[in-house]
Ligand binder design. Structure first.
Ligand code: URA
Ligand code: SF4
Length: 209
């Protein structure tokens, strides 16, 4: 299986990775997307958040979490006293996967396949190498399972502090998994879902203060 590793530069500097990702052909998702969306935030961020993949707005703007899910995330971070400026945000998959039900119609998000998630994983691991977070926060199952494997169940483990596997990181790092902000937006009881989401984020906040 091909993956992104052939397209990674030797350097782990974020600006070099961000430039190189635009040339990635590690899976088929580069074909229909506008551009790759790399992570954003300070290199020395104490918190690194991982989402699933760019959405429609992110695909157009070239930045992660700038659409509706990003606005919910911003609000949740604010409510938990976490400074978004101090957070590095990225995604498990760097290109937008979508379907277009009819020609000219709105693009609909489609979940990335396991093969696409694994193909893109070298970029995410490279970002972990190019930053130095104390805590990695997985937003949803795609992000958590990209790094921790499909045995990791977010529904059972959300809000718990786990250690990232030693072989993946250059120093010990904690991780906390929670749901994806889009799932809060879709939840039948949005208030309850938001409260549970922010409860998980408070666990994260307590680890770095
Ligand atoms: N959803 C994600 O997982 N990531 C984004 O960047 C935007 C929406
Ligand atoms: Fe490369 Fe990831 Fe884009 Fe696939 S989704 S082409 S692996 S950057």
């Amino acid at each position: 299986m091909t993956d992104a590793s052939d397209y990674l530069p030797g350097s782990r500097r974020l600006p070099d990775l961000r430039t190189a990702v635009q040339q990635c052909r590690g899976c088929d998702l580069y074909q229909d997307a506008t551009q790759a969306v790399f992570g954003e935030g300070p290199q020395d961020a104490k918190l690194l958040f991982v989402g699933e993949q760019p959405g429609d707005a992110e695909d157009r703007e070239g930045e992660p979490f700038v659409g509706p899910a990003g606005r919910l995330l911003d609000r949740a971070l604010r409510d938990c006293g976490i400074d978004r400026e101090q957070v590095y945000v990225t995604n498990a998959v760097k290109h937008f996967r979508f379907t277009r039900p009819e020609r000219g119609k709105q693009r609909l998000h489609k979940k990335p396949s396991r093969g696409q998630i694994l193909a893109c994983r070298p970029w995410l691991l490279a970002e972990l190498g190019g930053t130095d977070p104390d805590v990695v926060v997985f937003l949803g199952a795609t992000a958590a399972q990209s790094v921790l494997g499909t045995g990791f169940k977010v529904t059972e483990r959300r809000g718990q502090v786990v250690d990232l596997p030693e072989e993946l990181v250059h120093r010990p790092m904690h991780a906390v998994a929670t749901v994806h902000p889009s799932s809060v937006l879709r939840a039948p009881d949005r208030d309850a879902a938001y409260t549970a989401f922010t409860a998980d984020l408070r666990v994260v906040g307590d680890l770095v203060t």
